[in-house]
Design a protein around this ligand. Structure first.
Ligand SMILES: NC(=O)c1ccc[n+]([C@@H]2O[C@H](COP(=O)([O-])OP(=O)(O)OC[C@H]3O[C@@H](n4cnc5c(N)ncnc54)[C@H](O)[C@@H]3O)[C@@H](O)[C@H]2O)c1
Length: 339
């Protein structure tokens, strides 16, 4: 039986970890007990907010008997090796997306967790937004039938310093460290969400990417066509620097019986549902539960009850495999099958 509150060790105290800290203050079942960041100032600031012990390194976090579970919020290239170390140390792990830069590696981590009787969750918190939960229910009720054509838009206007200071690019600008740009960093949430809502998989990809404005060796723009496992088609268009973009990350699903639009998956704008039979558009309002808090609650429940995690290594493998297939399609100029 797992004792509550669960002691959480945090590795990487950056932006994403700050959201975990915020949500954890509202969750009595989880307590941040130790934290480590390579940047001492970040570790100090995080510890000040959470009252966590500042650990001297990753091994120190993993050796702490009060830590049964680890959150890993590191740059992409460090996620997989750190998750592996934590699993080998016998800790449950909540990893930031994308978990790994490679689908086969993500699946390997999933198997490692399972064979050690540990939980490995991936922080695709959009799954717990009010909009997405409502969309999943509407879809599950059969309101729009089978998905046929889906339009995903990831249209953002990032600040220039998102990629680092002039002359000092950060890890997001590096292909080696980030693995990719706007598709891997941002669109991947929508790709995961569409799988979550519909239960369908991506089976092939054609696409291309480019770097137009970012001082980076990853893409800041891309477009792709994906084939779904039911034969449906998904178009995706992404930009990190679309001038003036604001709240323009959307999902639209045309089905055999109607259409479901998520104009604001991360926020509170109503969903829009059209049913062909009645020829009427309806606005469906949503609450905005704290998706970070709900995601953490679901992960804790998986540890306590032994049930499934809210987003698994297999889900992460599907998402990163799809993004990598788009990248490969652009390089090889052909359709790529997604394993
Ligand atoms: N789920 C979400 O909505 C969401 C949102 C933002 C970021 N993320 C993900 O979170 C992860 C981190 O992104 P971020 O925006 O917080 O980045 P960040 O740069 O703000 O934070 C990363 C932290 O890791 C630290 N770090 C780097 N190398 C380290 C090492 N070897 N050992 C210990 N600490 C080290 C850095 O000092 C920094 O504090 C990424 O995987 C990103 O995709 C997820």
């Amino acid at each position: 039986m797992t004792e509550l509150p669960i002691g959480l060790g945090v590795i990487g105290c950056g932006w994403a970890a700050g959201e975990i800290a915020r949500a954890t203050t509202r969750l009595h079942a989880l307590r941040i007990v130790a934290a480590f960041d390579a940047d001492p100032a970040r570790a100090r600031s995080f510890a000040d907010k959470t009252h966590a012990r500042i650990a001297s390194g990753i091994d120190d976090v993993l050796a702490d008997p009060a830590v049964s579970t680890v959150y890993v919020g590191l740059p992409h290239y460090l996620l997989s090796p750190t998750v592996e170390r934590a699993l080998m140390a016998g800790k449950h792990v909540l990893a930031e997306k994308p978990l790994s830069l490679d689908a086969a590696d993500a699946r390997r981590l999933g198997r490692l967790a399972e064979s050690n009787g540990l939980k490995l969750g991936v922080f695709y918190e959009l799954r717990r937004s009010g909009t997405v939960s409502t969309a999943k229910r509407i879809f599950g009720d059969g309101e729009i039938g089978e998905p046929r054509l889906v339009r995903l838009r990831t249209i953002i206007d990032k600040r220039a310093d998102y990629w680092g200071a002039p002359g000092a690019p950060n890890w997001r600008a590096s292909r080696e460290q980030a693995g990719g740009g706007v598709l891997l960093m941002n669109s991947i949430h929508q790709l995961d969400t569409l799988r979550y809502i519909t239960g369908l998989d991506y089976v092939s990809a054609q696409g291309d990417v480019a770097t137009f404005r970012a001082v980076a060796d990853v893409e800041d723009a891309g477009a792709a066509l994906l084939r779904l496992s039911n034969g449906g088609i998904v178009s995706i268009v992404a930009s990190a620097h679309s001038p003036g973009a604001n709240n323009d990350e959307t999902i639209e699903i045309d089905g055999t019986l109607g259409r479901l639009d998520l104009p604001d998956p991360f926020g509170i704008a109503p969903l829009r549902l059209y049913r062909t039979e009645t020829k009427v558009w309806n606005d469906i309002s949503v609450e905005r539960p704290d998706s970070h808090l709900l995601m953490l609650e679901s992960f804790v429940a998986a540890i306590v009850t032994g049930g499934p995690v809210p987003a698994s290594a297999g889900d992460a493998a599907a998402a990163i495999g799809t993004v990598n297939a788009i990248y490969r399609s652009g390089i090889e100029r052909r359709t790529i099958d997604i394993a």
